[in-house]
Design a protein around this ligand. Sequence first.
Ligand code: NAD
Length: 294
Amino acid sequence: MTQIAFIGLGNMGGPMAANLVNAGHAVTGFDLSPQARQVAEQAGLVFASDVQEATANADVIITMLPAGKHVLSVWGDIIPHAKTGSVLIDSSTIDVESARAAHKMAAAAGLLSVDAPVSGGVGGASAGTLTFMCGGADDAFAAASPILQKMGKRIVHCGGAGSGQAAKICNNMILGISMIATAEAFALGEKLGLSHQALFDVASTSSGQSWSLTSYCPVPGPVPASPANHGYKPGFAAALMLKDLKLSQDAAKAAGASTKLGELATALYASFNAQGHADMDFSGIIEMVRAAKG
Ligand code: NAD
């Protein structure tokens, strides 16, 4: 049986680790937060007293942490004690540079590694329907895939080290920009006397179509499951959208790429967060768009 260590049992890591237990794996977990222990034990994980204890006998080590500095610090603690032949998977959303540095640390110790950030949110983590965007060598991806399949329904190999993070932040930059574009179109339509349903019926079957419109419509009505129908309860919190947009801008700067709309979307989500909406679903930005004077 594959022994798995899971570090970072928060909103995402908790249910992801639970799915590995449900798939019949022995999972040892660790999290700095004492609240995580109870949730982990209820899900059937063994809760270790530190990172080294959690990872000592693991064939697969998964991290699901807030940012690059946490991943580099935890991987720095794990790697010297990791079992020969084990594979490290980081599913956190972090900057491309840190992801590449983490791969280098693993390679220097002769270990396989994959950056495998996810999309699908807490709902996808619980249902085991996440999409994993993976970066790393072919043999590392081959070793990680069977485990990722227990937590997700699409596993995409995007290329070498850091490519998973690159795909994730490029995708989420499109998402942030397209949500603002959709919100602006509805706010303009309202001022022009156009009903939400009429705009939806036209744009969802025309060239204005996008995921932000057809799956996550920022006004209540046309897409009953969208957060707009539930007081903009997340979903995907505005704080996380801002985090991902900032990562896209750091990457653009480092790569010398011009992302003018990405820059503007980052500034708009920064204002939205600063107005006290960090915990609101990111589609709630329509309220700020509507209130802005032209
Ligand atoms: P979270 O804050 O709920 O969980 C992170 C966990 O890491 C916390 O429980 C924290 O105690 C733990 N942690 C921090 N440092 C640690 C350390 N040194 N050792 C052990 N545990 C440590 O965050 P989350 O929502 O689960 O997100 C995790 C990652 O997934 C983030 O990178 C986030 O950007 C990404 N992500 C989140 C979502 C979402 O909808 N929540 C969606 C996609 C991606």
